[in-house]
Design a protein around this ligand. Structure first.
Ligand code: SAM
Length: 342
């Protein structure tokens, strides 16, 4: 710990405080009387989930269950909770189907199969032990925010699908998608070369080599906003997990914080970048294909507004119609994650 009286170099307004000020100003208006409880949730310990590695030879799930964890993706609690707010994690995820008749609702979501994520019971923030390698050196589980599994489930990957993960590093969601073991071809991209290297390391720690060959997987480091110029009308499923203000992280960590003064310009440009990435993802999807847009922020400017603009521009500039559904239709999967429709 830094002793306050010696910390002469400590900034008067650390980025974490600037983030909280910003959220107080915007979310108190956006969320109204819900904001105080959401604020407490954001400032609380995060809820980890252990994404089960189906490629591992160890009986990991049984071990985790013995510790009191359970796989929330197989939870069949059907009680609707659309008026509740997520106290475990802030994230947003919207699913879109390309070239449907305008204004129609999507049929009920078909979830991606075989993705399992184990969590400690509600309000229990016990820590998972680090995953251990099995006899082949593959780790048994990958720790990630439990809510980050939702976009992968919502993508509804089915047998033989051609899938694009447009902003993939460091690879938690790519790994979740690979757990389905039914993808025909997976194209993984992230514009950051260093983060793409991290992603490759993650995949090699969890997935056997035969699932990572050129016939099944391509890893690139392109600017995703230009994807429409590279490949159009190609993928059955596209995940667009965009860079955002990462709300909880921005309240916890001063290092490399998007609210630091020297990143103000970058932060202000986020909605435009998100819009361009989503439009590129829409273009990359084949007719009838589905796109999931996800963030880990509560910001309406980065969620609803981006999706609305993308739908408008896709129609006006590219003649593409989209049908939309929100993930609070995923309510039935669990009581661990609560949803709030905005
Ligand atoms: N999907 C990842 C996962 O589950 O581990 C997390 C993705 S993170 C929220 C957003 C990513 O977008 C960052 O890794 C960042 O490098 C990448 N990114 C930023 N701008 C991009 C661009 N123009 N094209 C592609 N990727 C971009």
């Amino acid at each position: 710990r830094v002793k306050e009286k010696w910390a002469a170099t400590r900034t008067k307004h650390p980025p974490t405080s600037l983030a909280l000020q910003h959220f107080d100003a915007t979310y108190s208006i956006q969320l109204g009387k819900l904001w105080p409880s959401v604020r407490v949730a954001l400032l609380s310990e995060r809820k980890y989930g252990a994404l089960l590695n189906n490629f591992s030879h160890d009986a990991v799930l049984a071990g985790l269950e013995a510790q009191g964890c359970r796989d929330f993706t197989s939870d069949t609690d059907t009680e609707a909770q659309t008026s509740e707010v997520s106290t475990e994690e802030e994230s947003s995820c919207v699913s879109m189907k390309k070239s449907g008749a305008d204004g129609q609702q999507l049929p009920p979501l078909q979830l991606s199969p075989h993705i399992k994520c184990s969590v400690f019971p509600r309000a229990d923030i016990a820590r998972f032990k680090p995953a251990r390698p099995d006899m082949c050196g593959l780790l048994g589980y990958y720790l990630m925010d439990a809510a980050s599994v939702l976009p992968c489930l919502a993508l509804g990957v089915q047998e033989g699908h051609n899938v694009l993960d447009l902003c993939a590093a460091p690879g938690g969601k790519t790994l979740a998608l690979l757990q389905t073991q039914c993808i025909g071809f997976l194209c993984v991209n992230d514009s950051s070369v260093s983060r793409t290297l991290r992603l490759k390391k993650v995949l090699h720690s969890y997935v056997p080599k035969q699932f990572l060959n050129d016939e099944k997987l391509r890893i690139t480091s392109f600017d995703g906003t230009k994807w429409g110029e590279i490949e159009r009308d190609t993928f059955d499923r596209v995940l667009v997990d965009v860079p955002c203000t990462t709300d909880r992280h921005s309240l916890m960590e001063d290092d490399n914080n998007i609210f630091s003064k020297n990143r103000t310009g970058e932060r202000r440009k986020l909605p435009q970048l998100q819009l361009e990435l989503l439009l590129a993802g829409i273009e990359a999807a084949c007719p009838g294909g589905e796109i999931v847009y996800s963030t880990c922020t509560l910001s309406q400017t980065q969620n609803l507004s981006v999706v609305e603009q993308a739908i408008y521009l896709a129609r006006e500039q590219h003649g593409i119609n989209l049908q939309v559904s929100h993930t609070h239709t995923l309510n039935h999967i669990s009581e661990i994650l609560w949803f709030f429709g905005t």
